[in-house]
Write a protein that binds this ligand. Sequence first.
Ligand SMILES: [Zn+2]
Ligand SMILES: [Zn+2]
Length: 253
Amino acid sequence: MSLTILRSYALKEDPSTLPPTVLFSRDDHHLVVFDAFPKGIFHFLLLPRVQEPFSAADLSNLRSLLKCDRDSVKATLEQWKEDAKVVVKDIEDEMVSRYGFKWDIWVGFHAVPSMEHVHLHIVSSDLCSEKLKHKKHYNSFHPKLGFFLHLDEVLSWFESDSYFTTMAKLDKHKYEALLKEDLACWRCGSSQKNMPTLKAHLQTEFDDLAKKEKAKQERKRKFEEKQSASNDTEEEVSKKPKTTAGSDHEAEE
Ligand SMILES: [Zn+2]
Ligand SMILES: [Zn+2]
Protein backbone atom coordinates (compact mmCIF):
# COMPACT_ATOMS: atom_id res chain seq x y z
CA MET A 1 0.00 0.00 0.00
CA SER A 2 1.34 3.38 -0.98
CA LEU A 3 2.12 5.70 1.91
CA THR A 4 0.21 8.53 0.27
CA ILE A 5 -2.96 6.65 -0.63
CA LEU A 6 -4.96 8.20 2.22
CA ARG A 7 -3.98 11.64 0.98
CA SER A 8 -5.20 10.74 -2.50
CA TYR A 9 -8.56 9.62 -1.04
CA ALA A 10 -8.90 12.82 0.96
CA LEU A 11 -8.21 14.93 -2.12
CA LYS A 12 -10.75 13.17 -4.33
CA GLU A 13 -13.22 15.65 -5.73
CA ASP A 14 -15.95 13.03 -5.78
CA PRO A 15 -15.27 10.42 -3.09
CA SER A 16 -18.31 8.42 -4.20
CA THR A 17 -16.16 7.12 -7.06
CA LEU A 18 -14.10 5.18 -4.50
CA PRO A 19 -14.91 1.47 -4.58
CA PRO A 20 -17.22 0.15 -1.84
CA THR A 21 -14.36 -2.06 -0.65
CA VAL A 22 -12.54 1.17 0.27
CA LEU A 23 -15.23 3.70 1.19
CA PHE A 24 -17.48 2.98 4.15
CA SER A 25 -19.21 6.36 4.54
CA ARG A 26 -18.68 10.07 3.96
CA ASP A 27 -20.08 13.52 4.35
CA ASP A 28 -19.02 16.94 3.08
CA HIS A 29 -15.97 17.14 5.32
CA HIS A 30 -14.74 13.62 5.97
CA LEU A 31 -14.48 10.09 4.63
CA VAL A 32 -14.48 6.82 6.50
CA VAL A 33 -12.52 4.06 4.80
CA PHE A 34 -11.87 0.43 5.64
CA ASP A 35 -8.33 0.00 6.92
CA ALA A 36 -6.62 -2.08 4.24
CA PHE A 37 -4.75 -4.00 6.95
CA PRO A 38 -7.29 -4.32 9.77
CA LYS A 39 -5.73 -4.95 13.16
CA GLY A 40 -9.03 -5.92 14.76
CA ILE A 41 -12.25 -7.56 13.57
CA PHE A 42 -13.48 -4.02 12.80
CA HIS A 43 -11.06 -1.31 11.76
CA PHE A 44 -11.86 1.95 9.99
CA LEU A 45 -10.03 5.20 9.35
CA LEU A 46 -11.69 8.59 9.47
CA LEU A 47 -9.99 11.04 7.10
CA PRO A 48 -10.74 14.74 6.90
CA ARG A 49 -11.12 16.12 3.39
CA VAL A 50 -8.72 18.94 2.58
CA GLN A 51 -10.77 22.02 3.37
CA GLU A 52 -10.60 25.47 4.94
CA PRO A 53 -9.26 26.50 7.36
CA PHE A 54 -6.60 23.82 6.89
CA SER A 55 -4.19 23.22 4.05
CA ALA A 56 -3.04 19.81 2.86
CA ALA A 57 0.23 20.45 4.71
CA ASP A 58 -1.65 21.21 7.96
CA LEU A 59 -3.47 17.91 7.57
CA SER A 60 -0.31 15.86 7.04
CA ASN A 61 -0.49 14.36 10.51
CA LEU A 62 -1.67 15.11 14.04
CA ARG A 63 1.55 16.94 14.86
CA SER A 64 1.20 19.36 11.95
CA LEU A 65 -2.49 19.85 12.69
CA LEU A 66 -1.82 20.72 16.34
CA LYS A 67 0.38 23.61 15.18
CA CYS A 68 -2.63 25.37 13.63
CA ASP A 69 -5.00 27.79 15.33
CA ARG A 70 -5.85 26.05 18.55
CA ASP A 71 -9.56 26.87 18.67
CA SER A 72 -10.06 25.66 15.10
CA VAL A 73 -8.18 22.45 15.80
CA LYS A 74 -10.17 21.79 18.94
CA ALA A 75 -13.48 22.40 17.16
CA THR A 76 -12.35 20.08 14.37
CA LEU A 77 -11.36 17.29 16.73
CA GLU A 78 -14.69 17.64 18.51
CA GLN A 79 -16.43 17.31 15.16
CA TRP A 80 -14.44 14.14 14.42
CA LYS A 81 -15.49 12.81 17.78
CA GLU A 82 -19.13 13.21 16.77
CA ASP A 83 -18.42 11.69 13.33
CA ALA A 84 -16.66 8.73 14.94
CA LYS A 85 -19.65 8.10 17.23
CA VAL A 86 -21.76 7.36 14.17
CA VAL A 87 -19.21 4.81 12.93
CA VAL A 88 -18.95 3.28 16.41
CA LYS A 89 -22.73 2.85 16.46
CA ASP A 90 -22.63 1.15 13.04
CA ILE A 91 -19.89 -1.20 14.24
CA GLU A 92 -21.82 -2.01 17.41
CA ASP A 93 -24.91 -2.89 15.39
CA GLU A 94 -22.79 -5.17 13.22
CA MET A 95 -21.18 -6.74 16.30
CA VAL A 96 -24.60 -7.56 17.72
CA SER A 97 -25.93 -8.97 14.48
CA ARG A 98 -22.82 -11.03 13.74
CA TYR A 99 -21.64 -12.01 17.23
CA GLY A 100 -24.66 -11.46 19.46
CA PHE A 101 -22.90 -8.94 21.70
CA LYS A 102 -20.78 -5.80 21.48
CA TRP A 103 -17.37 -4.98 22.87
CA ASP A 104 -15.14 -1.92 23.24
CA ILE A 105 -14.12 0.14 20.25
CA TRP A 106 -11.15 2.48 20.46
CA VAL A 107 -10.98 5.83 18.71
CA GLY A 108 -7.60 7.49 18.43
CA PHE A 109 -4.44 8.44 16.61
CA HIS A 110 -1.02 6.92 16.32
CA ALA A 111 1.49 9.28 17.90
CA VAL A 112 3.81 8.67 14.96
CA PRO A 113 1.78 7.71 11.91
CA SER A 114 3.18 5.60 9.09
CA MET A 115 0.97 7.10 6.40
CA GLU A 116 0.64 10.63 5.08
CA HIS A 117 -2.61 12.50 5.92
CA VAL A 118 -4.02 12.68 9.41
CA HIS A 119 -6.32 9.76 10.16
CA LEU A 120 -8.34 8.68 13.15
CA HIS A 121 -8.38 4.95 13.86
CA ILE A 122 -11.68 3.37 14.86
CA VAL A 123 -10.76 -0.17 15.85
CA SER A 124 -12.44 -2.94 17.82
CA SER A 125 -10.58 -3.90 20.99
CA ASP A 126 -10.33 -7.64 20.21
CA LEU A 127 -7.19 -7.05 18.11
CA CYS A 128 -7.91 -10.42 16.57
CA SER A 129 -6.76 -10.19 12.99
CA GLU A 130 -4.42 -12.11 10.76
CA LYS A 131 -3.02 -8.74 9.68
CA LEU A 132 -1.70 -8.14 13.18
CA LYS A 133 1.70 -9.66 12.61
CA HIS A 134 4.42 -7.65 14.29
CA LYS A 135 5.19 -6.40 17.76
CA LYS A 136 5.09 -2.80 16.55
CA HIS A 137 1.58 -3.37 15.12
CA TYR A 138 0.34 -4.61 18.47
CA ASN A 139 2.10 -2.02 20.59
CA SER A 140 0.82 0.76 18.34
CA PHE A 141 -2.75 -0.17 19.34
CA HIS A 142 -2.13 -1.16 22.96
CA PRO A 143 -4.63 1.15 24.71
CA LYS A 144 -2.48 1.88 27.76
CA LEU A 145 1.05 1.92 26.38
CA GLY A 146 0.84 5.52 25.15
CA PHE A 147 1.58 5.24 21.45
CA PHE A 148 -2.13 4.97 20.70
CA LEU A 149 -3.55 8.38 21.60
CA HIS A 150 -7.23 8.14 22.41
CA LEU A 151 -9.14 11.06 20.93
CA ASP A 152 -10.53 11.98 24.34
CA GLU A 153 -7.02 12.12 25.71
CA VAL A 154 -5.88 14.44 22.89
CA LEU A 155 -8.90 16.66 23.58
CA SER A 156 -7.86 16.84 27.23
CA TRP A 157 -4.55 18.41 26.21
CA PHE A 158 -6.46 21.56 25.28
CA GLU A 159 -7.44 22.14 28.90
CA SER A 160 -4.01 23.50 29.86
CA ASP A 161 -1.63 25.64 27.81
CA SER A 162 1.58 24.21 29.19
CA TYR A 163 0.33 20.64 28.96
CA PHE A 164 -0.76 21.20 25.37
CA THR A 165 2.65 22.62 24.45
CA THR A 166 4.41 19.62 25.93
CA MET A 167 2.12 16.96 24.48
CA ALA A 168 1.70 18.52 21.02
CA LYS A 169 5.40 18.08 20.34
CA LEU A 170 4.76 14.38 19.72
CA ASP A 171 8.42 13.59 19.91
CA LYS A 172 9.05 10.84 17.38
CA HIS A 173 11.90 9.13 19.23
CA LYS A 174 10.13 9.09 22.56
CA TYR A 175 7.02 7.48 21.05
CA GLU A 176 8.82 5.09 18.74
CA ALA A 177 10.64 3.65 21.74
CA LEU A 178 7.23 2.49 23.05
CA LEU A 179 6.82 0.19 20.06
CA LYS A 180 9.79 -1.84 21.29
CA GLU A 181 8.31 -2.48 24.74
CA ASP A 182 7.86 -6.12 25.78
CA LEU A 183 4.64 -7.77 24.68
CA ALA A 184 1.87 -7.87 27.27
CA CYS A 185 -1.86 -8.48 27.05
CA TRP A 186 -3.65 -5.14 27.26
CA ARG A 187 -6.56 -6.77 29.07
CA CYS A 188 -4.95 -8.81 31.86
CA GLY A 189 -1.37 -7.54 31.72
CA SER A 190 0.15 -11.01 31.32
CA SER A 191 3.50 -10.92 29.54
CA GLN A 192 3.72 -12.75 26.24
CA LYS A 193 6.96 -14.15 24.90
CA ASN A 194 6.28 -13.64 21.21
CA MET A 195 3.63 -12.73 18.67
CA PRO A 196 2.21 -16.24 18.19
CA THR A 197 1.65 -16.64 21.95
CA LEU A 198 0.20 -13.13 22.18
CA LYS A 199 -2.17 -13.76 19.27
CA ALA A 200 -3.34 -17.07 20.73
CA HIS A 201 -3.85 -15.32 24.08
CA LEU A 202 -5.86 -12.47 22.52
CA GLN A 203 -8.06 -15.03 20.77
CA THR A 204 -8.67 -16.82 24.09
CA GLU A 205 -9.48 -13.49 25.75
CA PHE A 206 -12.01 -12.74 23.02
CA ASP A 207 -13.56 -16.23 23.18
CA ASP A 208 -13.87 -15.92 26.96
CA LEU A 209 -15.49 -12.53 26.61
CA ALA A 210 -17.95 -13.93 24.06
CA LYS A 211 -18.80 -16.80 26.43
CA LYS A 212 -19.32 -14.43 29.37
CA GLU A 213 -21.48 -12.07 27.31
CA LYS A 214 -23.61 -14.93 26.05
CA ALA A 215 -24.05 -16.33 29.55
CA LYS A 216 -25.02 -12.85 30.75
CA GLN A 217 -27.63 -12.57 28.01
CA GLU A 218 -28.94 -16.04 28.76
CA ARG A 219 -29.38 -15.10 32.44
CA LYS A 220 -31.16 -11.91 31.41
CA ARG A 221 -33.39 -13.81 28.99
CA LYS A 222 -34.35 -16.38 31.65
CA PHE A 223 -35.02 -13.64 34.17
CA GLU A 224 -37.28 -11.82 31.72
CA GLU A 225 -39.07 -15.05 30.88
CA LYS A 226 -39.73 -15.70 34.57
CA GLN A 227 -40.72 -12.10 35.09
CA SER A 228 -43.28 -12.18 32.29
CA ALA A 229 -44.56 -15.57 33.46
CA SER A 230 -45.12 -14.23 36.98
CA ASN A 231 -46.74 -11.10 35.56
CA ASP A 232 -49.17 -13.33 33.69
CA THR A 233 -50.06 -15.16 36.89
CA GLU A 234 -50.53 -11.90 38.75
CA GLU A 235 -52.84 -10.67 36.03
CA GLU A 236 -54.90 -13.83 36.26
CA VAL A 237 -55.08 -13.53 40.00
CA SER A 238 -56.16 -9.91 39.81
CA LYS A 239 -58.93 -10.86 37.37
CA LYS A 240 -60.57 -13.03 40.01
CA PRO A 241 -62.95 -11.11 42.15
CA LYS A 242 -61.39 -10.53 45.56
CA THR A 243 -64.33 -10.16 47.82
CA THR A 244 -64.25 -10.83 51.50
CA ALA A 245 -67.54 -12.61 51.03
CA GLY A 246 -65.82 -15.10 48.74
CA SER A 247 -63.09 -15.90 51.20
CA ASP A 248 -65.55 -16.20 54.04
CA HIS A 249 -67.49 -18.65 51.98
CA GLU A 250 -64.34 -20.69 51.33
CA ALA A 251 -63.54 -20.63 55.00
CA GLU A 252 -66.94 -21.97 55.86
CA GLU A 253 -66.45 -25.00 53.71
ZN1 LIG B 1 -18.00 14.67 9.17
ZN1 LIG C 1 -4.86 -11.37 28.83
